[in-house]
Design a protein around this ligand. Structure first.
Ligand code: DAH
Length: 343
C-alpha cells in the first residue's frame, strides 16, 4: 500500500505540474481527490481494513502524500488564476470613438431645486450661511421657542403630524423652527437662510399641500431696522422675477416678529393689471417677515438691547409656481414625467 501511495504522489505531482489552465486543473482535482471516484480518496478508504499497527505507519504516509498533493494543487491554482486574470484584462479595451449617451437620457434638477439653488447663490453672495435643520422637530423649537407657547391660538393655523408615544415630537410646520437653533449655535451677529421641507395637516387642493418647501431667513446685527429688511427682500424678488418687479409690505401678525409684515409683489402674470391669479388686485403675497421679537432673541441667548434682527419666510413652492406659471401645486411632487420634462 505504501508503494501505491508513493506512485500516486509522483504521478499526481507531475500531472499538476503539466496542467495549463484552470478548467483542466479542476478535472484533475476530481480525478485525484473527488469524493466518489478520486484515486487518492479510494486508496485512503482502504486504510480501514488494515491492522492498527499498519494503520499507524501507512496512515502517516498517506497523510503526507495528501498534503503534498493539496499544496501543489493550491499553488498551481494561484499561478493559473493570475495568468488567466492578466489574459482577460488584456482583452478589455476602451473605445474612445464611441459617442456619449444622448443628452435626453440624463436627468435634470426639479424646478423646486432650480429656484432653491438660484436663491442660495444670491443669499451666499450677500454673506448668508445656508443652514439645515431637522424635519422631525421638537414642539419647543417649532413653536415655543418662536414665541408660540402651548395653548397659543397661532398653533391652530399650523396643525401638523405628531409622533405617537412622543408627544413632544412633530413634523416641523415651518423652517422658522431653525431660528433659535441657529442663534444658539452661531450667536450674533449672524446671517443665515434655511431652505427645507415642512409639513401641515391640510386637506390638499390646487394651492395647498401637506408637504411643502420654505426658505427662512435670519439676520442679526447691531442696529438692524426695517429698511435693511426691505432692501434685502427687494433684491430677492427682483432677482427672481425681474428688475421691474415692485415690492410692498403690509402689516400682518406673526408671533415671532414685531412688527410683522406680509410681502407682496406686482403680479408676475398680469404685470399688476389684475387677473385671476392675483384676484384682480395686481399684487401677489409671497412671504412673511418682520423684526425679530425680543422673546425669540432671548430664547436664542441674544441680548435684544445689544442686537436687533429681521426674519422672513418664503413659500418655495409658491415662488416656483409663479415663476413658471404653474396653477396646481400638487404636480410639483407628482413625479409626472410630462410635467418634469418641461424644465
Ligand atoms: N413661518 C411662517 C409661516 O410658515 C412664515 C414667516 C413669517 C417666517 C414671518 C418668518 C417671518 O420668519 O418673519 O407661515
Amino acid at each position: 500500500m505504501l508503494e501505491q501511495f508513493k506512485k500516486i504522489k509522483s504521478s499526481a505531482l507531475s500531472a499538476i505540474h503539466l496542467v495549463k489552465n484552470l478548467a483542466d486543473l479542476e478535472v484533475l482535482e476530481n480525478k485525484l481527490l473527488g469524493r466518489k471516484n478520486g484515486e487518492l480518496t479510494g486508496l485512503l478508504k482502504g486504510l480501514k481494513d488494515l491492522s492498527s499497527e499498519e494503520k499507524r505507519i501507512v496512515g502517516q504516509a498517506a497523510n503526507d502524500v495528501k498534503q503534498a498533493i493539496e499544496s501543489a494543487w493550491a499553488e498551481k491554482k494561484l499561478e493559473l488564476s493570475r495568468v488567466e486574470w492578466v489574459k482577460s484584462s488584456e482583452k478589455e479595451s476602451v473605445d474612445v470613438t464611441q459617442s456619449a449617451l444622448p443628452l435626453s437620457k440624463c436627468g435634470h434638477f426639479h424646478p423646486i431645486t432650480l429656484v432653491k439653488n438660484k436663491l442660495e447663490d444670491l443669499f451666499i453672495s450677500m454673506g448668508f450661511m445656508v443652514l439645515d435643520g431637522p424635519e422631525l422637530e421638537s414642539d419647543y423649537y417649532n413653536f415655543t421657542a418662536v414665541n408660540i407657547p402651548a395653548n397659543h391660538p397661532a398653533r391652530d393655523m399650523q396643525d401638523t403630524f405628531y409622533i405617537k408615544k412622543h408627544p413632544n415630537w412633530l413634523l416641523r410646520t415651518q423652517t422658522s423652527s431653525v431660528q433659535v437653533r441657529a442663534m444658539q449655535k452661531y450667536e450674533a451677529p449672524m446671517r443665515a437662510i434655511v431652505p427645507g421641507r415642512c409639513f401641515r395637516n391640510e386637506s390638499t387642493d390646487a394651492r395647498h399641500e401637506h408637504t411643502l418647501y420654505q426658505i427662512e431667513g435670519v439676520v442679526i446685527d447691531h442696529g438692524i431696522n426695517f429698511s435693511n429688511m426691505k432692501a434685502v427682500l427687494e433684491e430677492v424678488v427682483k432677482n427672481l422675477y425681474g428688475a421691474e418687479t415692485k415690492l410692498r409690505l403690509r402689516p400682518k401678525y406673526y408671533p415671532f416678529v414685531e412688527p410683522g409684515v406680509n410681502g407682496e409683489i406686482t403680479c408676475v402674470l398680469c404685470a399688476g393689471k389684475g387677473c385671476r391669479v392675483c384676484k384682480q388686485s395686481g399684487w401677489l403675497e409671497i412671504f412673511g417677515a418682520g423684526l425679530i421679537h425680543p422673546n425669540v432673541l432671548k430664547e436664542g441667548g441674544i441680548d435684544s438691547k445689544k442686537y436687533q434682527g429681521f426674519a422672513f419666510g418664503f413659500g418655495l413652492d409658491r415662488l416656483v409656481m409663479l415663476k413658471y406659471g404653474i396653477d396646481e401645486i400638487r404636480v410639483l411632487k407628482s413625479g409626472e414625467m410630462k410635467f418634469l420634462e418641461q424644465f
